[in-house]
Design a protein around this ligand. Structure first.
Ligand SMILES: NC(=O)c1ccc[n+]([C@@H]2O[C@H](COP(=O)([O-])OP(=O)(O)OC[C@H]3O[C@@H](n4cnc5c(N)ncnc54)[C@H](O)[C@@H]3O)[C@@H](O)[C@H]2O)c1
Ligand SMILES: O=C(O)C[C@H](O)C(=O)O
Length: 315
């Protein structure tokens, strides 16, 4: 039995995330939360969802609201509200505009659902996670962001295709910024449990092209269809299932690190974390020298923008 609230439920990602979350068997209550003025969209979406539940034989309670009090007793609150980037923009261009909103929602969640877990999706997700952490006042494990989970899924799909294996045979991850400075961890990539560099086909793997595609996948999709929706929505639901199902899977989310990756820390960024009913717990890891260098660069980039955004919020 679990209650999930989606803030930004009138938006594209919020709607598909809500739909994907509604398919998790133990989710029994969903609140589609939106801002005043969007009541009609939320009302229409609610009834559309209820039709889908009838068709699929799902039995759960689903409401919409613009009243913060309805956040009460949420087990997890997903924040998808915020401006998305347009064709040609970088995710970091959204930082200052979305920070005010995330701050407002973090304070609202802290007041109305003080025991919940906050799951940030809005971009730039690493910085918005830091803003949500600061202004909710929640412990570090109870605030995390989608981070590089979606990027890791994108890479996984390419690797599985290249090796002609089912995606479940591929374990790979990308750490760092959900953006240009992301770092693929080939040292932590296995296929069928075998370290990828021990497979002869690794030599012909077009690694650079694959990573380039992962880095540009979001902008490519936005340029063609206007928004990324189904990838993020499904990725969000799989993390919600992992957390609420207390699965203790290790997935790559944006979380506050202290010193887990070669003593680099004091920032929210994409790292492998154990996810369970208490939230996200970064796993101490050791990676190759080259990967550490790139991760450090990614961290410093995010650290600077995070500091600028928080400074502006405080002024
Ligand atoms: N982390 C990821 O991997 C990932 C993936 C996809 C989208 N995103 C981000 O999610 C966010 C939403 O994307 P989308 O495509 O659903 O956008 P959208 O424009 O379809 O929806 C935006 C939502 O935010 C709400 N919103 C916008 N400004 C608001 C304000 N000032 N006050 C209150 N609510 C406001 C809207 O009402 C709507 O519900 C964007 O920031 C986007 O970049 C992140
Ligand atoms: O690329 C975007 O702006 C949306 C999202 O971060 C994504 O990677 O799909």
């Amino acid at each position: 039995m679990a209650k999930v609230t989606i803030i930004g439920a009138s938006g594209r990602v919020g709607q598909f995330a809500a739909y994907s979350v509604s398919q998790i068997p133990f989710v029994t209550k969903i609140i589609l939360f939106g801002r005043e003025g969007n009541e009609d969209v939320l009302e229409g979406t609610k009834w559309d969802f209820i039709d889908s539940f009838a068709a699929l034989g799902r039995n759960l309670k689903l409401f919409w609201s613009v009243d913060p009090k309805e956040l009460k007793d949420s087990d997890i609150v997903i924040i998808t509200a915020g401006i998305p980037r347009c064709n040609g923009q970088d995710r970091l261009d959204l930082a200052k505009k979305n920070a005010d909103l995330i701050r407002m929602y973090a304070e609202m969640i802290s007041k109305n659902a003080p025991e919940s877990i906050i799951f940030v999706v809005s971009n730039p997700v690493d910085i918005m996670t830091a803003v949500a952490l600061k202004y909710s006042g929640f412990p570090q494990n109870r605030v995390f962001g989608l981070g590089t989970h979606l990027d890791s899924m994108r890479l996984k799909s390419f690797v599985a295709n290249h090796f002609q294996v089912h995606v479940s045979e591929v374990h790979t991850r990308i750490i760092g910024e959900h953006g240009n400075s992301m770092v693929p961890l080939w040292s932590a990539t296995t296929i069928g449990g075998i370290q990828i560099s021990n497979l002869p086909a690794f030599a012909s793997l077009p690694k650079e092209e694959m990573v380039h595609w992962v880095k540009t996948a979001g902008s490519h999709i936005i340029a063609k269809s206007g928004a990324t929706v189904y990838g993020p929505g499904a990725a969000i639901a799989s993390l919600v299932k992992t957390v609420l199902g207390n699965e203790n899977r290790i997935l790559t989310v944006s979380a506050y690190i202290k010193s887990e990756v070669h003593d680099i820390g004091n920032v929210c960024i994409g790292v492998p974390a154990r996810l369970n009913r208490m939230g996200a717990f970064p796993v101490p890891i050791r990676i190759s020298e080259d990967e550490v260098k790139k991760f450090q660069e990614s961290v410093e980039k995010i650290r600077i923008v995070t500091a600028e955004v928080i400074e502006e919020l405080e002024s």
